[in-house]
Write a protein that binds this ligand. Structure first.
Ligand code: SF4
Length: 251
């Protein structure tokens, strides 16, 4: 476990669809169905127990100005997941700090930045009066039918890449409208309290990707396998009907 936690600290990500993480803020507040078993909360509390300074307040939202310039010091082109331990558009994120983060993104065109939020309304409000930098990917999480409206907000933002994370997929969403959405990630929940995901729910999203010309990335089954059996996430793997789907949008 210590090794796993240290890997998070050095920021090279094990998340399948990114390369590294950059967390200019940490901590969050639960806001929707997918937050129930939030991995960031679990890790934040462990890091707090280990005495790691950035996590001395546990999972309470806080900005970390000393981390702001991290990407400026990295020359190698890198795909960053911004705020894997938080939500960039959290209510307590100060507007000027958000502007400072966007400034760093604009000044590092060698990198790509993936921003994923459950606060689609604040992200919409922020970008509707600003141009999103060209090297940014903007995404929303849609884990439940009640959250489909986030897609409508996202598609109105003028971003080069717009994506949806259907993870943890908790209910059948039917075949959602993915007009003008470039990329869809699907994943099941993992951990001791994981809720199961049904194969037909995934196939529906895959069908939507085919209909709307959206790249499809199946990340994992999680704790419940394709056959509905509970196992380790690793054993359940990421094959869907015997095939691996890991497409990316072209940039
Ligand atoms: S929005 Fe994300 S980081 Fe925040 S509580 Fe929910 S799952 Fe965790």
């Amino acid at each position: 476990m210590l090794i796993k936690l240290l890997k998070i600290m050095v920021k090279k990500s094990k998340i399948e669809w990114t390369e590294a993480t950059w967390n200019p803020s940490v901590g969050c507040t639960k806001i929707s169905e997918g937050c129930r078993n939030c991995y960031a909360e679990v890790f934040a509390r462990r890091l707090q127990a280990m005495g790691i300074k950035d996590y001395e307040e546990g999972f309470r939202f806080r900005i970390l100005p000393h981390r702001l310039e991290e990407p400026l010091h990295r020359k190698k082109p890198t795909r960053y997941f911004v705020n894997s331990m938080s939500d960039l558009f959290h209510e307590d994120m100060p507007q000027d700090f958000l502007d400072a983060i966007m400034d760093v993104i604009s000044r590092t065109p060698q990198h790509q930045y993936q921003i994923l939020t459950k606060r689609a309304d604040r992200m919409y409000d922020y970008y509707i009066s600003r141009k999103a930098p060209q090297n940014i990917w903007l995404g929303v999480t849609v884990e439940h039918p009640r959250r489909l409206n986030r897609i409508d907000l996202l598609r109105q933002i003028d971003a080069r890449i717009r994506f949806i994370s259907f993870e943890p997929l908790l209910e059948d969403l039917g075949v959602p409208d993915l007009t003008d959405i470039h990329w869809a990630i699907v994943g099941g929940e993992s951990g001791p309290k994981a809720r199961p995901m049904k194969k037909q729910w995934i196939l529906n999203i895959k069908a939507a990707c085919e209909r709307y010309d959206t790249e499809f990335f199946f990340k994992q089954w999680g704790t419940w396998g394709e056959d509905g059996v509970r196992r380790s996430k690793k054993k359940n793997g990421n094959l869907l009907e015997g095939r691996r789907y890991q497409s990316y949008p072209s940039v």
